[in-house]
Design a protein around this ligand. Structure first.
Ligand code: PAF
Length: 329
């Protein structure tokens, strides 16, 4: 084909594009960088993929999500900061990191706050959860939905932990979260706040004895490679949050905002479905990899040992809020 003929055809195609509503470049999907701490085949990935798929579909591919899994954009603190700095546009993060930005959300980190998963989900899906999501706006963060990681359990390389006395002196990595630090110190452990990307290396080198995370994280990160004992303490419920950056949000039409919000809810539900599955099979898988599982944890003794900290938590988050959470059926 001659150059002139090809040029004419290109111009004709461009003119047709203009007639349909804009130049060809306007049809390009807008890229949304989404970051999270774990692999794409984790509960975080399940949430992020479902969110992306829902938005892409309901906006007829006006947006295309690009996934940065496995802490590729840094730890969770960096991810959340990145939303306002403009280095990332959407994140799926754990509540542990969030309370440094939205202190009221830290109430979820109070140990033994929820009776079980049904209770936790009812709180997050109800007015208390909605009000907490709304509080992110004051920090310029657009939190659209809650997802889930599951209940956190304690693992270590020293000994099986059944009761608080067994945990005395253990050097345990905790999230950068004051409520967790207070609770672990109260239990006689030595809590070491650390960003997630450093944890496996620190366990390998023995600079910490253990860590605490839900089964979903233990299996996703293959923590059996670096941990000998896992006690099913269920000491804290761990929600995750799906957040979009203020600059993306302010540029969306109302219909697009709806698509992002609905997509985030779908993402939250996908993470819960993933967690439900992994909770069924995960403990057996971990056992198969040689980790000694302690199922008979003395939870009553852990609660009792934490009693002095609850006074502090009540002052920090308000007894009224703690009672309102307990009252949710
Ligand atoms: O322990 C944490 O920091 C969080 O639970 C993690 C592993 C980043 C969330 O998936």
């Amino acid at each position: 084909m001659s150059f002139t003929r090809r040029t004419c055809m290109t111009l004709a195609a461009a003119a047709a594009g203009l007639a349909l509503g804009g130049p060809a470049s306007a049809q390009q999907p807008r890229e949304i960088k989404i970051g999270y701490a774990l692999a794409q085949n984790s509960h975080f990935g399940a949430g992020a993929l479902a969110w992306a798929e829902s938005v892409e579909k309901s906006t007829s591919n006006a947006f295309k999500f690009k996934h940065f899994a496995s802490s590729a954009l840094g730890g969770e603190r960096e991810l959340i900061e990145g939303l306002t700095l403009g280095t990332v546009e959407a994140v799926v993060v754990s509540n542990g990191a969030v309370s440094n930005f939205v202190p009221d959300a830290g109430v979820m980190d109070v140990p033994f706050l929820f009776r079980d998963t049904t209770h936790a989900r009812a709180v997050l899906d109800g007015k208390i959860g909605e009000d907490l999501l709304a509080k992110f706006r004051a920090r310029g963060l657009i939190a659209l939905a809650w997802g889930e990681q599951g209940f956190r359990h304690l693992s270590n390389n020293k000994r099986p932990v059944v009761k608080p006395a067994d945990a005395q002196g253990l050097k345990i990595r905790v999230t950068e979260n004051q409520t967790h630090i207070t609770a672990f110190r109260q239990l006689g452990m030595s809590p070491t706040p650390m960003s997630w990307p450093e944890v496996i290396g620190a366990l390998q080198q023995g600079t910490i004895d253990g860590q605490e995370n839900p089964i979903s994280v233990f299996t996703s990160a293959k923590l059996w490679q670096v941990q000998k004992y896992l006690s099913l303490t269920s000491h804290v419920y761990a929600p995750m949050v799906l957040i979009v950056s203020p600059s993306v949000w302010s540029g969306l039409s109302d219909a697009q905002k709806k698509a992002f919000a609905e997509g985030a809810r779908a993402g939250g539900l996908a993470s819960r479905k993933f967690v439900d599955e992994v909770e069924k099979s995960g403990v057996e898988e971990i056992k198969r990899h040689g980790v000694q599982i302690v199922t008979e944890v003395d939870q009553a003794a852990f609660r009792a040992a934490l009693a002095p900290s609850y006074k502090q938590f009540a002052t920090k988050f308000g007894q009224k809020t703690l009672d309102a959470i307990a009252a949710v059926k």
